[in-house]
Design a protein around this ligand. Structure first.
Ligand code: PLP
Length: 405
């Protein structure tokens, strides 16, 4: 049985007060809070065995390296990758996509080739591809979404051509919360020989993810959005693809032998992990995923589904509120506006009542522009939030309407 009070007790920050009220943290799409286990793990590393990994011969370094490589195994199992060499530690989704845009671009993209991105992507899954296309004289194409926030996948038949090299799509979108139909997208792309990168930044923490069953070629996510430390993230790639890509950054740990005549590179995954990595954060990421495994992803998903149904129904029934993104298949995100009220003003009043949300363009200008808006208020919840907190959000929205309306 999923015990919400036990879950909440695992996250110490949820107990604190803001402006004299108990914090209601509904900004989980921006970053998530950390369970005590993860905080304790980081402390354990620094107090007991901090030492640079893969280098020193000391006992400390051996323990630290084992913990780091064990974290890689945990990530591998969590997304059901075939081999730990397919799991590259990065500093986040953004770093993972930039790595891929460089390395994939060097290997597979030439003048006149095409990269497809979706209109509803975060800037992190747009701008690196624009930079690549500028560098290579390649063409960036866009798969649009409809007013419900669902991708117009019927257009893929004409958008994907023999020149398309890669299709980049979010598992779930960060403004509208839409869960994209990846089975269909991957099938259509692969039928045309197009590789697929899935941005899991808003998906990994809410949806059971199996990169092998889903046949993703590349998959990326950020640790900080899945209860792990900031500055951590993952690039997953099929082994035979990562093997073909050149390194992105040069430095320590990513080489086999260095000489002025010829330098050879380390095997996967270290080929892509130049320099001292955020190994403490990576160990924390392993701990966060172990925590989720312990709690049960099935239980988490079904609790979140119930909370999302409740929240969307409740928020949308407030008079004068419009929710943007009305697909039937959504993660826990409601981006909304109250008639006649600026998003920043709404955000400020909510904050003063102890409710933390995000406002603005949310690093997704094309999505916000699609609706002709300048910004939105975004409430985003996860498995430690409750229906009572959603009720408080709605009361605070009503209060803000009275003050500002
Ligand atoms: N992709 C999506 C869908 C996101 O929501 C975010 C962050 O909000 C990112 C990419 C970028 O993640 P990060 O800033 O952790 O690199």
């Amino acid at each position: 049985m999923f015990d919400i009070e036990n879950v909440r007790a695992d996250f110490p920050i949820l107990d604190r007060e803001i402006y004299g009220r108990r914090l209601i943290y509904l900004d989980n799409a921006a970053t998530t809070q950390k369970p005590s286990r993860v905080i304790a793990k980081i402390e354990e590393v620094y107090k007991r065995y901090n030492s640079n990994i893969h280098r020193s011969v000391s006992k400390l370094a051996a323990v630290c390296t084992d913990e780091y490589e064990n974290a890689r195994k945990i990530v591998c199992g969590f997304i059901n990758a075939e081999n730990t060499c397919e799991i590259v530690f990065t500093s986040g989704t953004t770093a993972a996509i930039n790595l891929l845009a460089f390395a994939f671009g060097e290997k597979f993209v030439g003048e006149g080739d095409e990269i497809v991105v979706c209109e509803s992507e975060h800037h992190s899954n747009i701008v690196p591809w624009q930079l690549l296309c500028e560098r290579k004289n390649a063409v960036l194409k866009v798969l649009p979404f409809n007013d419900k926030g669902e991708l117009k996948t019927e257009l893929l038949d004409e958008i994907l051509t023999e020149r398309t090299r890669l299709l980049c799509v979010a598992q779930a979108t960060n403004v509208l919360g839409t869960v994209n139909p990846l089975d269909e997208i991957v099938r259509k792309a692969h039928a045309k020989g197009v590789y697929v990168l899935v941005d899991g930044a808003q998906g990994i923490q809410h949806l059971k993810t199996d990169v092998r069953a889903s046949d993703f070629d590349f998959y990326v996510f950020s640790g900080h959005k899945i209860y792990a430390p900031t500055g951590t993230g993952i690039l997953y790639g099929k082994e035979h693809l990562l093997e073909q890509l050149p390194p992105w950054q040069g430095g320590g740990d990513m080489v086999n032998r260095v000489s002025f005549a010829k330098t050879t590179y380390a095997d996967l995954p270290l080929k892509f992990e130049a320099g001292t990595s955020n190994y403490v954060g990576a160990i924390g990421l392993g701990e966060a995923l172990s925590y989720l495994i312990y709690k049960g992803m099935d239980e988490i998903c079904s609790y979140e589904k119930e909370l999302t149904d409740y929240a969307l129904e409740k928020i949308s029934s407030i008079p004068g509120i419009t929710i943007y993104g009305t697909s039937a298949n959504k993660v826990g995100i409601a981006s909304f506006l109250a008639e006649g009220i600026h998003h920043a003003d709404m955000g400020e009043i909510l904050d003063k009542t102890g409710v933390a949300v995000r406002t603005g363009r949310m690093c997704a200008d094309p999505t916000v522009q699609h609706f002709g808006l300048t910004g939105l208020v975004r409430a985003s919840w996860t498995f430690y939030n409750t229906k009572t907190e959603i009720d408080s959000l709605c009361e605070s929205i009503e209060k803000a309407k009275k003050i500002l309306g």
